[in-house]
Design a protein around this ligand. Sequence first.
Ligand code: NDP
Length: 296
Amino acid sequence: MQLALIGNPVSHSKLPEIYQFLGQQVKKNVVVERVHTEEVHFYDEVNKYLKCETPKDGLVITVPFKEKAYEMCDVLTEHAAKAKSVNCLTLTDTGLICGDNTDGRGMVHDCQENIGYDFKNKTCLLLGAGGAAKGILSSLLHTSIEHVFICNRSTDRAKNLASSFSNQDKISIIEEAEAKKMHFDCIVNATSASLREDLPQGLPDRLKSDCLCYDVVYKAGDTVFSKWAKVKKASYVHSGVGMLVEQGKIFLEKLGLPEMESRSAIKELADRILVKKMNDTEFNEAMSHNMLCEGK
Ligand code: NDP
């Protein structure tokens, strides 16, 4: 299977290696070409890779092009239409460009299936109101969650996000000072603050003892948010690597690969790769020896 990852930047992304590894679980060769492009060339690159003589089977779109990808689609899945943002593109049999958004489902699947977290009757503090937060809010509202409190650095953007959903009784916008005093069952940091070693606005002073703290950003070792959560003694602290793996599974299965097993093992594998800061050669060696599957 041939895919391309289009973004700016893309050289740092572990996505091609993770997708390759996922393919290996079902004995399929998945090759993801990294395509670094400038905004002015984005549409041309998408058309080139989807409509050329030997087209890719699908495209993965990353920052900062998810909104542009949304704008150029002929057909949208329900998830992409709600999120107004697209991270997976395919071409239909009739030549139409079809967009999907797997961000939210990736995060919710990771929590439910790998971490074993049940959102039923839970209250969630969602930090952030960008593209990732949109997808996550949409997917959280598909669970039996009780309420989602959104806090974002820019309150107007949070209001704008909330207004695009019909389940208004389940959503509230809160200010930083309010969030500080409240207690939540789970906190999802859907901001990019961790990339700059910043903590987002709106962190509560105290955590419930069984609180889940989830950072969509992933990196080798702890993010600044996961360090904070550990200091606050959160029971469950997770980064976005499982979200990335689960998104890969959703897209690859949609493209026809068989259902992939061992979700928790795959997540652990990716965690170890990030924690060990393997370079590409070490990564490939580890995969060829199947070290990670065997838990060595
Ligand atoms: P956007 O640029 O659309 O939104 C960024 C969000 O972060 C906004 O809410 C912004 O607030 C907030 N923010 C940025 N910097 C700070 C800061 N220093 N303090 C507080 N808030 C801040 O990005 P996306 O939503 O597309 O992506 C967010 C993050 O999610 C990225 O880091 C991305 O890498 C990660 N991601 C991870 C995925 C995974 O599979 N693990 C999948 C998708 C995304 P404001 O509105 O006020 O500017």
